[in-house]
Design a protein around this ligand. Structure first.
Ligand code: ARG
Ligand code: ZN
Length: 844
């Protein structure tokens, strides 16, 4: 059954308050609800329907009189009075049998919840939709030391606790946690003097991994006050770490629940990348308190209203507290790696989708990351000051609302006087726009012509021109900037912009800072790219120049049997020798396009990508770099060495990133000797893991893997890395056998999403390994998706996207992938989640 945005109607009743009592028991939890309903004057007349799934209804009353509702698998219908009434119900649920990890479930002996998007209906009968907002009071009875819910603590005693959340909220923000937990406490004083208790709750033994997350939380709270004028609004802010969790984390009001991998951190067990990600996710969930909770979404089609904005805010935060250019490059690399394939394949959908079967399938890179890019473009177009004014108006006008994209854009129109009708297409048109650039030069006037075109996507054959803010700067042939960055506002299908009074023909630097999420089609020469690599003042485009040189060099190696581009390698070498450049930035410059990205480019140019040939080219390039830079590497390695005590900050992590990039080359010259030495002496996970990756790549890894396992077998999060890296870093021919062997390992607890993803996610991400010609990669993944679907549809469905690029490849591989998708589709009791994904991927 498909649900459409255009069919939205408000719920027929308002909920003034909700009282819930939980009597916890693993197999038979009782949930008693008392809910005051009153007719909604703004809604059309309708039948009274409450969502409810997998619930055993014990009794229900209306105004104290027993009723017998009509119960279906989706909920219940009941005759109700004309005016306000009190609904009371008691249901029974079995958290221990809840393997889908939606609703109330158990993880390592603790009770926890995940209600976004539609999980509350697995807890009790309720209008489980985000536009129904209410004040919740919760009583928890259970014989566990820690009993938590949303809002402020009211009272508690032996075996019970009561909570009250004064802020009206939709059911998806409800949360409950009960367990044998310990807390890592701290406090924060808001700008206006409110004292807030902060806690991170963890299983005993994990207290030592909370300090970093707590600092990140306090920094986020301060940042939202300074950058957006937003203060926290309850007496307490609780975070809980949970081992079994489908996604990263969840912004439940006053009680954020995190996948333990996204909050627990220590230098010994976490990499620099983990620290940076944890900081960003803590910020993200905290920022939702205003963009998501105080202002929520009218319906799930508006998901980007809270997610796009909150991702944009967490990206601004990271840029502020770390390095802005490095953060921007990382974000764009992620967008290209995850969102572009989605937008350019069968799963393409608008930032605001118009229909869905299962909303969990739309928590996508398009809604989140492209949604954030759309907000970045809006800010670029209106300017920083107008953005700030618009945001203040948004918070003033919509606090307490369940809002829409129309509301959001209206705020910008009212604050700036701009007409955003055309800009709105970014929310409704799917697909990555392509912008072709041509230039003209005559009599001191330089002209840039842009032609935009968005290819058709499923269900959208014809696209209209979009508003594209294109940041452009011009350099003269000496390398000086003659026209500093200016934003050209492209609105037409074809549009020309001119620059007068130039002494010589300039070199353009286009889409600086990646001001618009488009693909630029521009025939620029190698010389020009090398020039920008040397001289561009925009750090993003300087990196972009190197990326394009690397990409074209690899494509030539694959298609024309060429050797690596010497001029590029020379330019890159000059840059690597520049000690004034941030080590983190130089480390990024050493990166090359992913194999998957190369496959996409080959496909677009009419070639059939051969995963083995792509992999081989990257190997040759790395070997050539290693040999060519043999003299340079020791100096760079020294620059990439940290002498101070470990700190997970931008400066140290940048050095370690440079060190890792160097080690990856050195290990091609010394057979892994330096890597083994680093592995033996490492006192932090970043160094230990970057060394292990090279040991695995070189091939003689049994000893190191055994030592690592011995050292870390007690730590689940570290063991996830051990499982994942073996599949991720191994040579293509060994990937599938290795993944297969790991699924037989005693610690392959496949019901745990982190462990499942560690192996199966790494398999899908290893391009040449997954796409083995014999189809063994496709088969292994599908075997496990079939198995997981019965237990956990949500995680299964997400992982089917490994097949979204299937049409890029040769006929044999396409047939193999299609056969696997059809095998999955034919599985008995296929979930709605996976069913929708497979049908979309197959294009049915
Ligand atoms: N709102 C959460 C976040 O962005 C994501 C939760 C999504 N969960 C789900 N089951 N779809 O941080
Ligand atoms: Zn979010």
């Amino acid at each position: 059954e498909t649900i459409y945005l255009k069919d939205y109607t408000p719920f027929g009743w308002q909920v003034s308050d909700v009282h819930l009592t939980f009597r916890l028991a693993p197999k038979s939890t009782r949930v008693i609800s008392k809910i005051h309903f009153a007719p909604n004057p703004e809604a059309p007349a309708q039948e009274f329907f409450l969502h409810g799934e997998d619930l055993k209804l014990i009794r229900a009353t209306i105004d104290g009189v027993e009723v017998t509702p009509e119960v279906t698998p989706e909920g219940l219908r009941c005759a109700v009075p004309d005016g306000p009434f009190l609904w009371e119900a008691e249901v029974e649920i079995a958290p221990e049998d809840n393997t889908a990890l939606e609703g109330l479930y158990m993880s390592s002996g603790m009770y926890c919840t995940q209600c976004e998007a539609e999980g509350f209906r697995k807890i009790t009968y309720y209008p489980d939709r985000p536009d129904v907002m209410s004040v919740f009071s919760v009583r928890i009875e259970g014989d566990l030391p820690v009993l938590l819910s949303n809002g402020n603590s009211v009272d508690r005693g032996e075996g019970w606790a009561e909570w009250h959340d004064p802020w009206p909220k939709p059911a998806y923000l409800f949360a409950l946690v009960a367990g044998d937990l310990v807390n890592f406490p701290d406090r924060f004083t808001t700008r206006s003097g409110k004292e807030v208790k902060l806690n991170i709750w963890v299983r005993p033994g994990d207290e030592g991994k909370c300090a970093f997350g707590m600092e990140a939380l306090k920094t986020s709270m301060k940042w939202d006050e300074d950058a957006y004028g937003r203060e926290y609004d309850l007496d307490v802010f609780n975070i809980v770490a949970v081992d079994d969790f489908n996604m990263g984390a969840m912004e439940n009001k006053g009680l954020n629940i995190f996948n333990s991998s996204c909050v627990l951190a220590s230098p010994e067990t976490s990499t620099d990348g983990n620290f940076e990600r944890i900081e960003a996710i803590i910020a993200h969930e905290y920022f939702h308190n205003w963009t998501g909770n105080r202002i929520t979404c009218r319906d799930w089609f508006q998901l980007c209203l809270k997610e796009g904005l909150t991702v944009f805010r967490d990206q601004q935060f990271t840029a502020d507290v770390r390095s802005a250019p490095v953060a921007r490059i990382e974000n764009v690399a992620q967008l290209r790696a995850r969102q572009f394939p989605e937008d350019q394949g069968p799963l393409s959908h608008p930032v605001r989708p118009e229909s869905f079967q299962e909303i969990n399938n739309f928590y996508t890179a398009t809604v989140y990351e492209k949604g954030a890019e759309v907000i970045g473009m809006l800010k670029t177009l209106v300017g920083d000051e107008a953005y700030a004014t618009a945001l203040n108006l948004y918070f003033d006008r919509h606090d307490g609302d369940a809002a829409t994209i129309e509301d959001w854009l209206k705020v910008f129109e009212d604050a700036t006087g701009r007409d955003l009708t055309q800009f709105k297409r970014w929310y409704s048109q799917a697909g990555t726009p392509r912008v072709e650039v041509t230039e003209d030069w005559a009599d001191g006037t330089y002209a840039l012509t842009f032609k935009q075109h968005t290819p058709p996507t499923p269900g959208q054959e014809v696209k209209e021109p979009q508003v594209i803010p294109m940041a452009v700067g011009l350099l003269n042939p000496n390398g000086d900037e003659v026209v500093p960055t200016r934003v050209l506002e492209i609105t037409e299908a074809e549009q020309t912009f001119t620059f007068d009074g130039l002494a010589s023909r300039p070199v353009p630097s286009i889409n600086r800072g990646f001001s618009a999420p488009v693909v630029l089609d521009r025939a620029s020469s190698r010389e020009e790219r090398a020039f920008l690599l040397a001289h561009d003042t925009d750090p993003f485009n300087r990196w972009e120049a190197s990326r394009l040189l690397a990409r074209e060099s690899l494509i030539a190696m694959i298609c024309e049997d060429a050797g690596p581009d010497e001029a590029w390698l020379d330019g890159l070498e000059r840059l690597l020798r520049d000690r004034d450049l941030d080590p983190a930035y130089r480390a990024m410059m050493m990166g090359t396009p992913t194999e998957s990205e190369l496959a996409q480019v080959l496909f677009e140019r009419g070639h059939t990508p051969d995963p083995d040939a792509i992999h081989a080219a990257k190997e040759v390039l790395a070997q050539v770099k290693a040999e060519r830079w043999a003299d340079l590497l020791p100096g760079l390695a020294a620059e990439g060495t940290v002498d101070a005590p470990f700190a997970p900050d931008a400066e140290q992590s940048g050095k370690r990133a440079l060190g890792a990039a160097v080690l990856a080359l050195t290990s091609r010259l010394d057979g892994g000797k330096a890597a083994r030495a680093q592995f033996a002496s490492a006192d932090n996970m970043t160094l230990q893991l970057s060394a292990l990756a090279q040991i695995i790549r070189v091939g003689e890894d049994a000893e190191a893997l055994a030592a690592f396992e011995d050292q870390w077998r007690h730590d689940r999060l570290v063991m996830d890395k051990w499982f994942g890296l073996q599949v991720g870093a191994t040579a293509p021919e060994n990937v599938v056998p290795r993944a297969e062997a790991l699924t037989r390992h005693a610690d392959f607890d496949w019901k745990n999403p982190n462990r499942f993803r560690a192996v199966m996610g790494a398999l899908a991400m290893n391009h040449a390994g997954f796409h083995r010609k014999d189809g063994s990669g496709y088969r292994l993944l599908t075997d496990w998706l079939i198995k997981l679907d019965d237990l956990n549809p949500q995680t299964t469905a997400r992982m089917t996207s490994a097949f979204q690029t299937w049409k890029r490849y040769d006929a044999e591989r396409q047939a193999l992938m299609r056969a696997e998708l059809e095998r999955l589709q034919a599985k008995p009791k296929l979930s709605r989640d996976t069913g929708e994904m497979v049908a979309r991927i197959l294009g049915a």
